[in-house]
Design a protein around this ligand. Sequence first.
Ligand code: CTP
Length: 394
Amino acid sequence: MRRTKDWDAAIRVIEKIEKAGFEAVIVGGAVRDFLLDKDVNDVDVATSAMPDEIKKIFHSTVDVGIAHGTVLVLDEGQPIEVTTYRTEGIYVDFRRPEQVTFVKSLEKDLERRDFTINAMAMTKTGELIDLYGGRQDIENGLIRAVGDPNTRFREDALRMLRAVRFSAQLGFTIEKNTLSAIVQDSELIEFIAKERIHMELSKMWTAKNVYEGVNALIVSNLANYLIGDFKKQLEDWRYFTTSSSEVGWAYLCLLNRKILSELINFYKLSNKEKNFLRNVLNAYDAFLNRWSELHYFQYDLVTLEVAYDFAVWQKVKVPFKKEHIAQVKSNLPIQSTSQLAINGNHLKEWTTKKGGPWLKVALDAAILAVLKRHIKNDEEHLKEWFLHEFNDEG
Ligand SMILES: Nc1ccn([C@@H]2O[C@H](COP(=O)(O)OP(=O)(O)OP(=O)(O)O)[C@@H](O)[C@H]2O)c(=O)n1
């Protein structure tokens, strides 16, 4: 691992806490990612100090989750979350528990964590504290619950989906007993807030092995309590990779078009995700009838490429290679409305007509004429064209 700014800031935070007479270590995902030789960006610190004590040690802190023992320390340049050793509060229903119990030892804190790979700690000198065989499980590519899996999932049922997500991100297998416990407890996922489910699946879409995740949803029985047919075109997910979770949501929706509004509501898709989805759907439908210059102009490259890729999934005969899309798009005479040599003010100057909806109609017509290379994109030619086409009309 290259030493990241976050890691260095966490070490400085630990030094200060230790100087004040308390214990502090790096915990959770940061240690896992360190052992996986990944860059670590979110470095969490666990400590024996109580939140009040942390606030005395550092000048600049934010109470981000004081009831859960978490204080955000800002002193060291990078914000670092510092959490007092604690046990897990139980997610009884959709809400996070209001209170958790603070404990004295790191051992107890690690014991309540979800998976062995996430239940390790590291001291500031790099000594690994690994009480549950996390390092071995990383070597063997296994996601294994700490202690009794059912207990872990009943503390927080989202962990079942986290297991699925980690299997997609890391390409790891969910260990046998852990998987059986998920199958047994799968229905508990219904008690989890949809926003949390949304976050996990969003992480799954951008994972390296999306297929592993989708398959794990099926074998773990979790898919039965979610919306969407995850078995549909299961094998095709093997070739799916994206750096944007919106693309994953768009695929799930495209595969389940008959229940589109149910999906959107269930997973609480954001406006941005919905817009992207709507564009992909329209671009895909348009693709089936051949894209015109206007489509290449109207949709951004990602939208067009996703629509194209999905057409390939649907075994639609594609008349050109994917690279062609970027070529056509970059060769368009204009890339955006702002590049048109004229705007509404020009049109108003050239006519005695008052402003109104006709302005947009005329500008759209001008864009189309320029895109189709019927007119040059300069003021003179556009004026001539406009006076000929529009000025006489009512
Ligand atoms: N439902 C959860 C969520 C988190 N954790 C513990 O809290 C740590 C930090 O959680 P979080 O930041 O949500 O996830 P990471 O494991 O760091 O992974 P990522 O950053 O990839 O989400 C985890 O490593 C794990 O030890 C847990 O036990 N149960």
